[in-house]
Design a protein around this ligand. Structure first.
Ligand code: UGA
Length: 447
């Protein structure tokens, strides 16, 4: 009989995973502790902006016309425990307030709520990003608290999906990593992922600590790449070099590669910043902090880019205070194709200038509601053109396709001054210059 799958937590990760599992043909039950999320999902609405996810969800949510009905949602742990053979834990592990370490309370409480309902043999699969050592601890907890005892097994299966590509990354992962302790667990996970494995996704079997470390080390490596190129951007600025050319040239070496070498205002979001911090905190607990001291530098190079963007803006405005200066900010989300503004470099820069007296007007294609919620005192406009109207300087801070398609001549008509700063190295400098703009970008030669 086909496996029945449950997904605990319906954020980016969980909602996408649940819909993807239904797409692969399984009967799926999703659980969340927030009633509004469940209500929305039952109506086939996704609580965030993620391209393609709503369509995928609507194809499977029970009760929606024309759907396969394979995907249902509940808030009832007993129903979930009864239903599933394989339970995926997809809850959030945010940074702990005032600390570097990650907050494991959602994972711990998910496992504690599920355990008493595991009466038959079941596999619980952690997907959340956790400090190394967690799986070991949680496996012991399950064996002790589940009525099925040692037959309530644990596996760790980190997730590598990117916001904006969540559906594609989940259905066609570039690798599947499973930390397991038994053949039975491995067999079950091979069954779950049979389709992507047949299509060519590598299936890497490891122990618990390796699986946990794969995730945090992958994100640390990506963060390191970005901070590396941003450090090179600082050197390019000091020497008159061009970091975009430099990235292109070193990227042709396929040991280095082109990807994740875009210099600019740096990385943000709900993952990279908190993951490198949690990794450092965990290394400290393990007495291995020296191994990761370089991540402190990665973090500080990254945070410095936001301040450098503020200073570049100040320079372009004549070097004095921001008082009385109108600043248009294009982009609020931490990356394009997402409405996520968590630790967004764009909003951080907008906020810093605003707090120093600048009159900032922000426009973002999808992130306006979330931006307003966390930064209600900034100005907001309904379009890029409206944000730019009357501005002394335009900052391009999130590289949405829509911004690359803007007509610099049209914007030039409404701006007070034709000065644009590209914080993402993504605009066509020549096109802007041709339309009479002074164009500056981080790590590139001046106007
Ligand atoms: C990241 C990882 O890329 C995923 O593999 C991982 O699964 C996910 O975290 C997670 O841990 O859940 P995501 O947070 O969606 O995914 O964002 P990224 O695409 O990694 O971008 C992170 C930040 O780096 C963005 O602010 C982006 O603008 C910035 N970035 C990216 C650069 O500044 N330069 C680049 O060249 C690339």
């Amino acid at each position: 009989m086909a496996l029945k799958i449950t997904v605990i937590g319906t954020g980016y990760l969980g909602a996408t995973h649940a819909a993807a599992m239904a797409e692969l043909g399984f009967e799926v039950m999703g659980l969340d502790v927030v009633p509004e999320k469940i209500d929305k999902l039952r109506r086939g609405e996704v609580p965030m902006y993620e391209p393609g996810l709503e369509e995928l969800l609507r194809r499977h949510v029970a009760g929606i016309e024309g759907s396969t009905g394979r995907l249902r949602f509940t808030m009832d742990w007993a129903e979930l425990g009864e239903f599933g053979d394989v339970h995926f834990v997809c809850v959030n592990t945010p940074q702990r307030h005032g600390e570097y370490a990650c907050d494991m309370s959602y994972v711990d409480s998910a496992i504690a709520s599920l355990a008493p309902h595991l009466k038959d043999p079941a596999l619980v699969v952690g997907k959340s990003t956790v400090p190394v050592g967690s799986a070991d601890r949680l496996a012991a907890y399950l064996a002790e608290h589940a009525p099925a005892g040692a037959d309530a097994e644990l596996a760790w299966n980190p997730e590598f999906l990117r916001e904006g590509f969540a559906v594609q990354d989940t259905l066609h992962p570039d690798r599947i990593v499973v930390g397991v302790r038994s053949e039975r667990s491995e067999k079950l996970l091979r069954e779950v992922y049979a389709t992507p494995v047949e299509e060519g996704s590598p299936f890497v079997v490891t122990d618990f600590p390796t699986a946990e470390l794969v995730k945090t080390s992958a994100n640390s490596f990506l963060a390191t790449k970005i901070s590396f190129i941003n450090a090179m951007a600082e050197l390019c600025e000091a020497t008159g070099g061009d970091v975009a050319k430099l990235a292109e040239a070193i990227g042709y070496d396929d040991r280095i590669g082109r990807k994740f070498l875009r210099a600019g205002i740096g990385f943000g979001g709900g993952c990279l910043p908190k993951d490198i911090r949690a990794f450092m905190a965990r290394a400290g607990e393990l007495g291995a902090d020296q191994a990761l001291t370089f991540l402190r530098e990665i973090d500080s190079i990254n945070m410095r880019q936001r301040g450098r963007m503020v200073e570049l803006t100040r320079q372009e405005l004549g070097g004095g205070p921001f008082l009385g200066k109108r600043v248009a900010v294009l982009g609020a989300t931490f990356k394009p194709d997402s409405d996520d503004v968590r630790d967004s470099p764009a909003l951080n820069v907008a906020g810093q200038i605003h707090l120093q007296g600048g009159q900032v007007t922000v426009y973002d294609p999808k992130g306006m509601d979330n931006a307003r919620r966390i930064f209600p005192t900034l100005g907001y406009a309904d379009s890029a053109l409206e944000a730019v109207r009357g501005a002394h300087v335009v900052l391009h801070l999130t590289e949405w396709q829509e911004f690359r398609e803007l007509d610099p001549a049209e914007l030039g008509e409404v701006a007070a001054e034709r000065v644009v700063l590209d914080g993402r190295n993504a605009l066509d400098a020549e096109a802007w210059r041709r339309a009479g703009w002074r164009f500056r970008a981080m790590g590139r030669p001046g106007a």
